[in-house]
Design a protein around this ligand. Structure first.
Ligand SMILES: *[C@@H]1O[C@H](CO)[C@@H](O)[C@H](O)[C@H]1NC(C)=O
Ligand SMILES: *[C@@H]1O[C@H](CO)[C@@H](O)[C@H](O)[C@H]1NC(C)=O
Ligand SMILES: *[C@@H]1O[C@H](CO)[C@@H](O)[C@H](O)[C@H]1NC(C)=O
Ligand SMILES: *[C@@H]1O[C@H](CO)[C@@H](O)[C@H](O)[C@H]1NC(C)=O
Ligand SMILES: *[C@@H]1O[C@H](CO)[C@@H](O)[C@H](O)[C@H]1NC(C)=O
Ligand SMILES: *[C@@H]1O[C@H](CO)[C@@H](O)[C@H](O)[C@H]1NC(C)=O
Ligand SMILES: *[C@@H]1O[C@H](CO)[C@@H](O)[C@H](O)[C@H]1NC(C)=O
Ligand SMILES: *[C@@H]1O[C@H](CO)[C@@H](O)[C@H](O)[C@H]1NC(C)=O
Ligand SMILES: *[C@@H]1O[C@H](CO)[C@@H](O)[C@H](O)[C@H]1NC(C)=O
Ligand SMILES: *[C@@H]1O[C@H](CO)[C@@H](O)[C@H](O)[C@H]1NC(C)=O
Ligand SMILES: *[C@@H]1O[C@H](CO)[C@@H](O)[C@H](O)[C@H]1NC(C)=O
Ligand SMILES: *[C@@H]1O[C@H](CO)[C@@H](O)[C@H](O)[C@H]1NC(C)=O
Ligand SMILES: [Cu+2]
Length: 562
């Protein structure tokens, strides 16, 4: 690991965010082109330090983690520290053309991960084009020194990342579907910690395994790192106990399956209390629309001891791939721990109410050659009917340096046209408007944001992710949101604190957060094809009063845009 010294300005400013016992930790990440053999095929992929998934970062609550990134690959990159609020430091948040320009081959950039109140499991991933397919890893945030988990200390713990594998070059997959206007090619396999498991061809040896001892309890840090799907996860013959999500503790939830969105993390306990044997842990798709079935990825839980292992393991019995009730039901049961040590701080009053429709869209092909979307159209996606066109410089830099012409500060707070969002859709509603619009908020605004999924092009779930903040999920249901009815049933007592939440197909989800982090923060769907089609927007949160409410100046090594 390489140690580096922070520039003077940053050291001074960062002292104010570092808790007394917090440590500074240093990692070195080298982006490389690496050949991997999987599914009887060789592929050249982007890796960090030759690995995919990349290194697990381990820190304690409140630490500062420096990551010295060297790009030794043939492709550019940016990295996002998913779920880390980065108070006052949007410069290191990562989304390409929102907070930074790409780190080109041969270049280097020193990120710092500024941890504050996060505790549990997060992850990191590339945030440029489709590079995150292979450039991702776990970020484990332990309790402060001398502090414990709010559950009995597990015998051992394991990060468990669900990934996705294309035999083809991932950038070609991306370029092809953006050109054709249709859906991207499905991947060839799902992965658990980089291994497809033995239900795919040539994968018997490529199976993730953990050994457990009867009678003990283990902590699994499950991350959905895949590109385009919400997943069901199950362990054969065992129930699990959820204890956290998105680096925030939850009330204990016993369940025989998990639903997890791309971007989301679930910490769960496994009690090794079944007959000693080998059992599958497995993940497969939940898809409310279309079929993106790429099979079942499996790993194996092996009990220690002397017994004859079974020759055939039983694949767990999953909910139907299109079982919206099973998907939504699991997510709706997550509640904050809400005890004395982990209080809930949901805004009880609201200063700004936002209503955002989230839609997949369809546009006529520009030429008279037909596109590959439905009816020969081109698929797009939008928030409040604005399909995002990213600029070729960073929005953050344009904001900080007052560069005109990069964005407009007029993102709509509610839809310009109201319609029956979840009812039948007329073709004139399908084509969105282009835009690079931002929504500017005063510091410390209490925001309520209702996401309304629409039925345009048939409707689908949207796992929405906000940078720079966590939010409380105060309500969710199927159908149209009704301002006169639904807020009366909001959970303001123990709502879960998340940074990614799946808005159900043709349903709505209401979140609340305090906009207390000055800077420029991306908000987008975590289905990669949807964000590529334009389902994203940007918040600018203005500086407040006092030094701790001011955005920090840029680090000196920000990558240049030209
Ligand atoms: C993968 O590459 C290695 C080394 O070049 C080669 O020996 C092997 O045959 C290749 N495998 C496939 C499936 O192409
Ligand atoms: C990667 O590193 C090697 C050895 O240091 C160097 O020869 C090569 O030019 C580097 N490639 C890139 C793209 O930076
Ligand atoms: C996508 O799938 C189509 C149909 O199977 C195939 O012809 C094409 O080569 C694939 N594209 C990539 C980039 O692999
Ligand atoms: C798991 O929980 C279900 C009820 O949710 C129960 O029927 C089942 O017996 C439990 N299985 C185990 C292995 O404890
Ligand atoms: C799920 O798909 C099956 C088969 O494609 C279909 O019969 C069933 O009606 C679908 N269920 C839901 C809830 O859409
Ligand atoms: C979730 O499913 C369980 C068991 O089927 C049921 O008891 C519960 O009411 C459901 N919860 C919701 C919110 O639908
Ligand atoms: C899109 O194409 C359809 C069918 O070709 C046509 O009827 C419609 O007018 C076109 N819409 C626009 C906005 O050009
Ligand atoms: C549209 O089609 C016509 C007739 O097939 C052809 O002459 C023309 O070049 C095409 N235009 C475009 C933009 O492809
Ligand atoms: C960036 O976009 C602007 C406006 O679209 C254009 O004028 C400029 O040439 C572009 N710059 C680069 C480096 O591509
Ligand atoms: C909206 O569409 C749904 C589905 O067709 C229908 O059940 C509902 O009554 C419609 N709502 C209004 C206000 O028209
Ligand atoms: C989106 O904006 C376009 C262009 O103004 C308009 O034609 C379309 O009807 C709008 N759709 C919705 C759902 O508002
Ligand atoms: C919207 O953006 C696309 C892609 O840049 C461009 O081809 C199209 O002409 C734009 N449409 C409008 C109405 O500006
Ligand atoms: Cu989406």
């Amino acid at each position: 690991m390489n140690v580096f010294i922070l520039p003077f300005v940053s050291v001074v400013l960062l002292c104010s965010v570092l808790a007394t016992d917090a440590a500074i930790r240093n990692y070195k990440f080298v982006l490389e082109d690496t050949v991997y053999t999987k599914l009887c095929s060789n592929s050249t992929i982007l890796t960090i330090n030759g690995q995919s998934p990349g290194p697990t970062i381990v820190a304690r609550k409140g630490d500062l983690v420096n990551v010295d990134l060297v790009n030794n690959a043939s492709h550019h990159v940016t990295i996002h520290w998913h779920g880390v609020k980065m108070p006052r430091y949007p410069w290191w948040d990562g989304p390409e053309f929102v907070t930074q320009c790409p780190i080109k081959p041969g270049q280097r950039f020193k990120y710092s991960i500024v941890l504050s109140d996060e505790e549990g499991t997060l992850w990191w991933h590339a945030h440029n084009d489709w590079s995150r397919a292979t450039v991702y890893g776990a970020l484990v945030i332990l309790p402060e020194k001398g502090d414990n988990y709010p559950f009995p200390t597990p015998a051992a713990e394991f990060p468990l990342l669900i990934g996705e594998w294309w035999k083809a070059d991932i950038q070609e997959v991306m370029e092809e579907f953006l050109k054709s206007g249709g859906d991207p090619n499905n991947s060839d396999a799902f992965l658990l910690n980089g291994q497809p498991g033995d239900l795919y061809p040539c994968s018997k040896q490529d199976t993730f395994k953990v050994t457990v001892e009867f009678g003990k309890t283990y902590l699994f840090r499950l991350v959905n790192s895949i590109m385009n799907n919400i997943m069901f996860f199950k362990i054969a013959n065992h129930n699990i106990t959820v204890v956290g999500s998105d680096a925030s503790y939850t009330k204990h939830l016993d369940s025989d399956y998990i639903t997890i969105s791309p971007g989301q993390t679930i910490d769960f306990l496994l009690h090794a209390n079944q007959t000693p044997s080998h059992y599958y842990m497995a993940a497969r798709v939940y898809a409310s629309s279309g079929i993106f079935d790429t099979g079942i990825t499996t790993g194996i839980i092996e009990y220690a001891g002397n017994y004859t292992p079974p020759t055939n393991l039983t694949v767990p019995d999953f909910p139907d791939f299109n079982d919206t009730h099973a998907s939504v039901n699991f997510t709706n049961q997550l509640k904050s721990l809400a005890d004395k040590k982990h209080p809930v701080d949901v805004p009880q009053t609201v200063d700004k109410t936002l209503f955002f429709t989230v839609s997949v869209n369809l546009r006529n092909c520009s030429s008279n050659t037909s596109c590959e979307g439905p009816g020969g159209g081109r698929l797009l996606a939008s928030v409040n009917n604005i399909t995002l066109l990213l600029p070729n410089t960073s929005i953050l830099e344009a904001y900080y340096n007052n560069i005109p012409g990069v964005y407009t500060p007029d993102f709509p707070e509610s839809p310009l046209y109201q319609f029956n969002y979840t009812g039948p859709i007329t073709p004139n509603l399908q084509d969105p408007e282009n835009g690079t619009r931002v929504l500017v908020l005063e510091h410390n605004t209490n925001v309520e944001l209702v996401f309304q999924a629409t039925n345009i092009v048939g409707g689908i779930d949207h796992p929405m992710h906000l940078h720079g903040h966590s939010f409380y999920v105060v309500g969710s249901d199927l159908g149209n949101f009704d301002q006169n009815v639904h807020p009366q049933n909001y959970n303001l007592k123990d709502p879960p604190l998340m940074e990614t939440i799946a808005v159900p197909r043709n349903g709505w989800t209401a979140i609340r957060f305090k906009a207390n982090n000055p800077g420029v923060w991306f908000m987008h769907c975590h289905f990669e094809r949807h964000v590529s089609w334009g389902m994203g927007m940007t918040f600018i949160i203005k500086n407040g009063k006092g030094r701790n409410a001011q955005m920090a100046p840029p680090p000196p090594d920000m990558p240049k845009c030209t």
